[in-house]
Design a protein around this ligand. Structure first.
Ligand SMILES: NC(=O)c1ccc[n+]([C@@H]2O[C@H](COP(=O)([O-])OP(=O)(O)OC[C@H]3O[C@@H](n4cnc5c(N)ncnc54)[C@H](OP(=O)(O)O)[C@@H]3O)[C@@H](O)[C@H]2O)c1
Length: 299
């Protein structure tokens, strides 16, 4: 099986470049080798590789910057996935793509189901929704995995930012009225490997159905609760230089950003767990593993 992976230097892409290896020949491409803003070259690259599976971990993920760069965000998050789906259909490949809770407006009381009506609040969410719709409209076999609040030992993310700030400041103010599930990039990659394997078997046997699945850690918290847990676990695991004494909960209105965020980012993962027989661990369990890795300096 030839697996073409885009965005191999991102949080999820970096993990995928490792976890997919036992499944076949992984052609892991970074931005310079597969630039999603250059559609003509991207098409030639796919045609030269002739993959059995395309895993698209590349995306325009700068949520606030997207407000001032909508064309680039739509090119990378909507037009490029459209092309990937068209090419997947031509060469008979399965397309695995990632999306986000930001396709929703957060006004639902409970966790979002895959079939709930999207209504993105910002350009990033609109561009990701347009990408989902382009893939759904194609003739490709596809899986769209929606996830939330991604972090990893590598890359730029909330965990790394909080550990850095905790070494500098005695007091932190963190938003407490947005609720979601912090999700470790490695969990996403490991689950993707299981999903990919099962899906390829079903495609060969004729029982595969394309669709959207939510994929996050179990449980929920606020950014404030997430920050508290990061500092608590780092302290328990012997992190030096933790200066932070107080983490104050603040409302979103006290931390204005260019892009509006949904207050409810909770996604129900029942469908994925039942369909692929996967058990999703709590966000605290995976956070501990990631902080272990960061503090051990292996990244
Ligand atoms: N991060 C989150 O909290 C979050 C939440 C929900 C859903 N998601 C979705 O999950 C997926 C993976 O996100 P992530 O957290 O791994 O993102 P990430 O760490 O920001 O990685 C994105 C990758 O895309 C690459 N990229 C950007 N523009 C590109 C282009 N024009 N051509 C090719 N590659 C390009 C980046 O390349 P460089 O390394 O060169 O910059 C980077 O390696 C995305 O679909 C994202 O929308 C993420």
């Amino acid at each position: 099986m030839r697996i073409l992976l885009t965005g191999s230097q991102g949080q999820v892409g970096w993990e995928l470049a490792r976890t997919l290896l036992p499944l076949g020949e992984v052609i892991a491409l970074k931005r310079a080798q597969a630039d999603l803003s250059n559609l003509d070259e991207l098409r030639l690259t796919i045609r030269a590789i002739k993959p059995d599976v395309i895993v698209n971990a590349a995306a325009y993920t700068a949520v606030d910057k997207a407000e001032s760069e909508p064309e680039l965000a739509f090119l990378i998050n909507a037009e490029a996935p459209r092309l990937l789906a068209e090419e997947a259909a031509i060469c008979g490949a399965l397309l695995i793509h990632y999306s986000t809770d930001y396709v929703f407006d957060g006004s639902k009381t409970g966790a979002y189901l895959e079939g709930d009506k999207p209504n993105p609040l910002n350009i990033y969410g609109q561009s990701k929704l347009a990408g989902e719709q382009a893939i759904q409209a194609s003739n490709a076999d596809y899986l769209i995995l929606r996830t939330t609040w991604v972090y990893a030992a590598r890359g730029h993310n909330f965990v790394k930012s909080i550990l850095r700030l905790a070494a500098e400041r005695e007091e932190l103010n963190i938003v407490a009225d947005q609720i979601g599930a912090p999700t470790w990039a490695r969990l996403i990659a490991e689950c993707t490997a299981h999903i990919l394997k099962q899906s390829q078997q079903k495609r060969q046997q004729g029982g595969f159905v394309s669709g959207i699945y939510n994929l996050t850690s179990a449980g929920e918290t606020s950014w404030h609760g997430f920050a508290q847990k990061i500092i608590e676990l780092a302290g328990q695991q012997g992190a030096q230089q933790l200066k932070t004494q107080r983490i104050n909960p603040i409302p979103t209105t006290a931390y204005p950003l260019p892009a509006t965020r949904p207050v409810n980012s909770r996604l129900s993962c029942q469908r994925l767990q039942q369909h692929f027989q996967l058990v999703l661990p709590s966000w605290e369990t995976t956070l501990q593993l990631c902080i272990d890795e960061i503090l051990s300096g292996n990244c």
